[in-house]
Design a protein around this ligand. Structure first.
Ligand code: HEC
Ligand code: HEC
Ligand code: HEC
Ligand code: HEC
Ligand code: HEC
Length: 239
């Protein structure tokens, strides 16, 4: 999903204002993967990781970019090859706040990564990689170009996971097999690798006027305490 997270939306507004109201091509941009020519896909901006070496996954949109440079805290650039529009690298992240800057020519993207020594992977708010994410070819390649997914998107995930679309009523985005509308296939800071916090995931699509009453009443409670996000035999996807 290419939704602009609030942080980067403010950042873009700030840039527009700073530029006297004229929208300049915004470099550097703070992580809107849909718009920038360069994006860090993992770890997410603001991620909390265990200090040490961290796997960075990214993509370039521009043709002909063959290398990107990754710098953490201004300590020197690590040059990383790009193939098929994607790259990955193992990058040293120290305890504390790290400013990671990935650049290619004039384009750059900044990701803030915080690290704690000996953070347990299950620690609250910790960034968790999708298990086996380092084996890129499990999901990419297999005769397809670059980092296109290795099988149609509705069957890729079911190669390893039980089907979640077996019940009578299918949730909207499930109709097109769009697992990545809600899940980040590389990793996430949220439970069950979702793309947003539990209290904002559903309302990215559901804040329509017609359901405001219901939303207001239920906001204190997790949506998934009553609804199944995938499919259900009961009406309104009730559990
Ligand atoms: C568990 C499956 C899985 C694994 C393992 C995986 N990816 Fe992905 N990747 C995906 C999916 C699914 C998408 C499409 C995301 C979407 O629909 O938004 C994607 C998208 C991408 C993209 C963006 C492609 C584009 O055209 O925008 C890049 C680049 C990428 N992955 C690189 C990698 C690299 C590098 C690795 C290994 C370090 C890796 N991925 C491992 C599932 C995976
Ligand atoms: C190559 C095998 C493989 C593929 C392909 C794969 N996964 Fe996974 N996934 C795993 C394994 C192994 C785990 C960790 C064990 C578990 O929780 O099931 C995992 C964990 C997860 C979790 C976390 C489960 C939890 O309880 O926290 C989610 C969500 C997930 N995968 C979604 C996806 C989605 C969406 C796709 C398709 C884009 C996908 N996976 C593709 C192997 C895979
Ligand atoms: C509308 C958002 C949404 C979509 C679309 C979606 N999921 Fe989920 N998924 C979730 C949420 C939210 C959870 C956590 C459920 C909970 O906490 O009860 C979850 C949990 C999971 C889990 C963890 C185990 C489980 O069943 O609770 C897996 C695996 C998973 N999803 C796979 C998939 C696959 C595969 C697809 C695509 C076919 C998919 N999801 C599409 C929102 C979604
Ligand atoms: C990517 C967009 C998207 C996200 C995210 C999303 N939904 Fe939906 N949802 C839809 C669409 C599309 C429909 C079908 C059209 C409609 O009924 O509004 C739907 C329908 C529903 C319905 C009504 C089903 C019916 O039988 O009328 C419920 C309940 C629901 N969603 C709950 C949730 C919950 C809970 C979450 C968070 C776990 C969630 N949705 C996240 C897009 C989304
Ligand atoms: C306490 C249980 C409960 C919680 C929590 C809950 N819902 Fe519902 N939801 C229902 C029931 C029951 C219905 C069936 C229609 C009704 O009674 O309003 C429903 C209907 C819906 C519908 C379809 C009808 C409509 O109003 O558009 C959507 C969409 C929906 N819920 C989304 C959500 C989202 C998003 C959340 C979290 C912010 C959420 N629900 C939290 C019980 C709940």
């Amino acid at each position: 999903m290419a939704a602009i997270r609030p942080r980067s939306r403010f950042f873009l507004v700030f840039l527009a204002v700073a530029a006297g109201g004229i929208l300049l091509p915004a470099f550097p941009v703070s992580g809107d993967p849909g718009k920038s020519p360069l994006a860090v896909l993992a770890p997410g901006d603001g991620a909390l990781v265990s200090a040490g070496r961290v796997l960075v996954i990214g993509r370039t949109a521009g043709e002909g970019i063959v290398r990107v440079e990754i710098d953490v805290n201004g300590k020197g650039k690590q040059s990383v090859p790009v193939a098929g529009g994607g790259f990955s690298a193992s990058v040293p992240i120290a305890a504390g706040r790290n400013v990671m800057r990935v650049s290619a020519g004039k384009a750059s993207v900044t990701t803030i990564v915080s690290a704690a020594a000996n953070l347990s992977a299950s620690g609250k708010g910790a960034y968790v990689y999708h298990e086996g994410v380092e084996k890129c070819a499990e999901c990419h390649g297999a005769g397809r170009k670059g980092y296109a997914v290795a099988s149609p998107k509705d069957s890729l995930c079911y190669r390893c996971h039980d089907r979640v679309d077996g019940k009578k009523h299918l949730h909207g985005p499930m109709g097109s097999g769009d697992c990545t509308a809600c899940h980040d296939p590389h990793g996430s800071s949220h439970k069950s690798l979702t793309v947003a916090r539990p209290d904002s995931l559903c309302v990215t699509c559901h804040d329509q006027r017609s359901s405001e009453g219901h939303m207001n009443k239920s906001r204190g409670k997790a949506c998934t305490s009553c609804h199944d996000p995938h499919s259900s035999d009961r009406s309104f996807l009730q559990k």
